[in-house]
Design a protein around this ligand. Structure first.
Ligand code: SF4
Length: 165
């Protein structure tokens, strides 16, 4: 099921309400696993400038529903998947508590690179099991697709792009 099959707004809101608790537990366990490995974050902001650093942030529909429901309003306008609208001008994440699994496991610290794929695979597999158990939609897709849909449904009101940006 793609994210476009999920909404409208009421479905996304109820998905966020159901998913919030189980995802908080999973995110907490992932954060603890990451902390035990001790990667360094130099706040380079690379993790959130997708195109510039050649990666794409994928997330499931439950993660997107929780992110959109619980994060503060985006600080920047949406684009076509080049960057994340929750990254502020200093490169910091303004959606930290609600950020999805992919953000929590991404570090550019070279010493973390050998661990990231294993952790990512383990927690993605656990996430999928939770989603299947609850019969939630999976809707795994790039961030900008989830966000565009949320804007269409009136769930998200990002800043309007500046003509001079
Ligand atoms: S949610 Fe936060 S950590 Fe994730 S890509 Fe956006 S700004 Fe970066």
């Amino acid at each position: 099921m793609s994210p476009e099959d999920l909404n409208p707004q009421s479905e996304a809101s109820s998905l966020a309400a159901e998913a919030r608790g189980p995802l908080a537990i999973l995110y907490g366990e992932l954060d603890a696993a990451v902390a035990r490995l001790g990667p360094t974050c130099a706040v380079s902001g690379r993790c959130c400038r997708f195109e510039e650093y050649g990666h794409t942030l994928f997330l499931s529909s439950p993660e997107a529903a929780v992110l959109i429901a619980d994060a503060p309003a985006p600080v920047r306008a949406l684009d076509a998947g080049l960057t994340c609208p929750w990254q502020d001008e200093k490169g910091r994440c303004t959606a930290r508590e609600a950020r999805p699994l992919g953000c929590r496991v991404y570090f550019c610290d070279p010493v973390f690179q050998e661990h990231a794929p294993r952790l990512s695979e383990e927690f993605l597999s656990r996430l999928k099991a939770i989603v299947d158990q609850h019969e939630w939609p999976w809707g795994y897709a790039p961030l900008h697709r989830h966000l565009a849909l949320a804007v269409d449904c009136g769930e998200l009101s990002p800043p309007v792009p500046s003509e001079h940006a």
